[in-house]
Design a protein around this ligand. Structure first.
Ligand code: GCW
Length: 637
């Protein structure tokens, strides 16, 4: 049986024997009716007035996905804008539990801050020779694709749709942004597969999106060019989009990775990213679709000897000058940091630099650089910190929303590590409301999944797990130091002399990347005031980002009062010890399913092993480089 994640039958038990009225129609309203019925509730007409009711759900009270929730005279009312709002209101009732049917409470207004709350799957249709069925997937095979074919288990897709819709997700992209093999043809003769998935997402208010290749007119259409200004190319895309909408009328749109890590794009034709994005935006516009055009563009073939090229600068250099040139339905999708989903990065300056462009911020729920779902690492606090930036959280209002790479696969627990379900849940909730407290989100998830008795141990294990991961991996924002290729585990110099642009520049005297305007790559100049100066100067640069922005000697004293080298030793000993503490805490938990307990225990063993390896490789590396002993005389190899 598939693990019910945060919607086991017990999570809906307070609906049993309740009488509900549902005033709304269509597939999403039908989902709400089915939910109530399968939880043991009764959906009544409410016409006679003699039949007392407990729950009244209706849509058409305003526009959009919002809803209000109220308890009055012993009836709980959900008054929603549209059918999606109805569904979200229903799941709010689920989250409230018995309290939704207790004492009266005045109307509460709920509305999503982010307009589009999207999960991108990096699922390949074929099994990719290097990346497998899911690129950076740590949860087994794909939910959607099985060695070139559409999955036989579409019911599991429905279950997934239900889970993510309950958190507020309303868009999903079903294939990898690196488009290869049969995935090209999802746009044409394999469109039925996409339609079959869309049929499963639709009842949960989720629109289906597709990653497409910029070279599709050549590969699929037999044209000699994919030049965005070529009239035949424009016609080809317009026809392709029309065919998609004829088959899937509520299709969401395209996702495109262009001129990035070998994917084709407009540069080849001497065009820029606005030309490329607008080509697809124009094809989608008559049908109400959007293109998500990724800003993850950099030179992945740089010469490590070339100190003037800085990967951190690339997205801004390519995109910021294009602000104002993108169509309204062209969404520029920007990774949260300037490099690549590291444990700690400053916010991407692109997000702060394009006020006249619809932007979406991209996160990684899949833990490529945060333990690959072998380490317990609750990312709610990281995302919450990021969303504390007004411009990031505010993107919804004038921009487009939040996107994340999903961490789900064919695994029985959905997410590989059972506790990584919390990340999927938290992403949806933060996309709905970026101001939610990640600790409170963890309570919600725990209550639904296990019941409140697990709140305390799970807080003990997860609350600081992201910081623990940061402590035992690359220090002070310098990033990477991972094994090249698969990116799991330490390899301090693994990327140092490669073309990938992810360097730490450690030598016998110091470490870090000088990105200042004064003496470095000038990256700090991509930020507006006050950040361009905050990051530029050693006395104002936050400790946790010091080595992202500066190259400093090992005896540089941090704001914390410690030297850089002592900070490295201390945090690595502490981080690995924290992993051991997390494991010990889990062993005190007695009240969960034995299989789940054993699975998490085994993963925590691996986390402790891996954290110890990180600690020892990093500490040894820097001890050998610097020759500075640990002030506390601990064992360094
Ligand atoms: O983080 C990197 C990954 C690639 C990924 C790329 C991207 C889909 O290592 O596997 O490719 O980012 O975001 O496009």
């Amino acid at each position: 049986m598939v693990n019910p994640a945060w919607l086991p039958p017990e999570a809906l038990r307070h609906l049993a024997s309740r009488r509900a009225v549902v005033r709304s129609s269509g597939p999403v309203a039908q989902t709400v009716v089915d939910e109530i019925t399968s939880a043991g509730g009764r959906v009544v007409s409410g016409e006679t007035g003699t039949d007392p009711i407990d729950l009244h759900l209706g849509s058409g009270y305003g526009v959009g996905e919002q809803f209000s929730l109220q308890r009055r005279d012993g009836v709980t009312y959900v008054r929603a804008g549209d059918a999606n709002g109805l569904l979200y209101g229903f799941f709010e009732v689920v989250r409230r539990g018995e309290a939704a049917f207790g004492a009266d409470f005045p109307p509460e207004e709920h509305r999503p801050v982010m307009r589009r709350r999207m999960l991108d799957h990096w699922d390949n249709v074929d099994v990719h020779p290097v990346m497998g069925q899911v690129e950076r997937g740590y949860s087994g095979g794909s939910l959607f694709w099985d060695a070139g074919r559409l999955t036989d288990d579409l019911d599991r897709v429905s279950t997934y749709a239900r889970l993510i819709a309950s958190t507020g997700i309303n868009a999903v992209s079903v294939n990898n942004v690196n488009v290869s093999g049969a995935a090209f043809r999802l746009l044409t003769d394999r469109l039925d597969d996409v339609a079959a998935l869309a049929d499963r997402f639709r009842p949960y208010g989720i629109r289906t999106h597709l990653s497409v290749s910029f070279a599709a007119p050549i590969v699929l259409g037999g044209l000699s060019t994919a030049d965005p200004l070529d009239p035949d190319v424009r016609t080809w895309w317009a026809d392709a989009a029309a065919r998609v909408y004829a088959r899937i009328p509520d299709f969401g749109g395209f996702v495109v990775k262009a001129d990035s890590e070998g994917q084709p794009g407009p540069f080849r034709y001497g065009r820029d990213h606005a030309d490329g994005a607008n080509l697809l935006a124009d094809a989608l516009a008559p049908h109400g679709g959007v293109v998500h055009w990724r800003a993850f563009v950099y030179n992945h073939r740089q010469d490590w000897r070339d100190r003037s090229t800085d990967r951190a600068r690339a997205a801004y250099d390519h995109f910021a000058p294009l602000d104002g040139r993108f169509r309204d339905n062209a969404v520029v999708q920007v990774k949260y940091g300037p490099i690549d989903f590291q444990t700690r990065e400053p916010v991407s300056p692109v997000i702060l630099a394009m006020p006249d462009t619809a932007l979406a911020v991209e996160l990684q729920v899949t833990q490529e650089y945060t333990g690959q779902q072998k380490h317990a690492c609750y990312l709610g606090p990281q995302w919450s910190e990021l969303l504390g930036w007004d411009r990031v959280a505010g993107i919804a209002a004038d921009g487009d929303g939040l996107v994340a790479v999903s961490n789900v696969g064919a695994d029985g627990y959905w997410t590989g590590h059972p506790l990584a379900q919390a990340n999927l849940y938290a992403f949806g909730r933060l996309a709905w409301n970026p101001r939610l407290d990640p600790a409170a989100i963890l309570d919600e998830w725990t209550d639904l999944t296990f019941g409140p008795h697990l709140r305390e141990p799970l807080h003990d294990i997860l609350d600081h797990s992201w910081r623990a991961y940061e402590s035992y991996t690359a220090p002070l924002g310098v990033g990477f130091m991972v094994r090249p290729g698969h990116h799991y585990g330490p390899d301090v110099d693994g990327y140092e002399y490669t073309p990938w642009g992810t360097y730490h520049f450690a030598d016998r005297d110091g470490v870090g990347v000088d990105r200042t305007r004064a003496t470095g790559t000038g990256f700090t100049g991509q930020y507006p005031e006050p950040w361009r100066d905050v990051y530029e100067h050693l006395d104002t640069c936050p400790d946790e980002l010091l080595l992202f922005f500066h190259h400093v000697p090992y005896d540089h004293v941090l704001h914390s009062g410690r030297t850089v080298i002592q900070h490295i030793y201390d945090t690595h000993f502490a981080g690995a010890a924290e992993a051991e503490r997390m494991r010990a805490r889990w062993h005190e938990v007695r009240t969960v399913d034995p299989d789940l307990h054993a699975k998490v225990a085994a993963l925590l063993d691996e986390q402790v092993r891996s954290a110890t390896e990180w600690r020892d490789q990093i500490n040894t590396y820097f001890f050998r480089k610097s020759g500075v002993p640990d002030a506390h005389g601990r064992r360094i190899h």
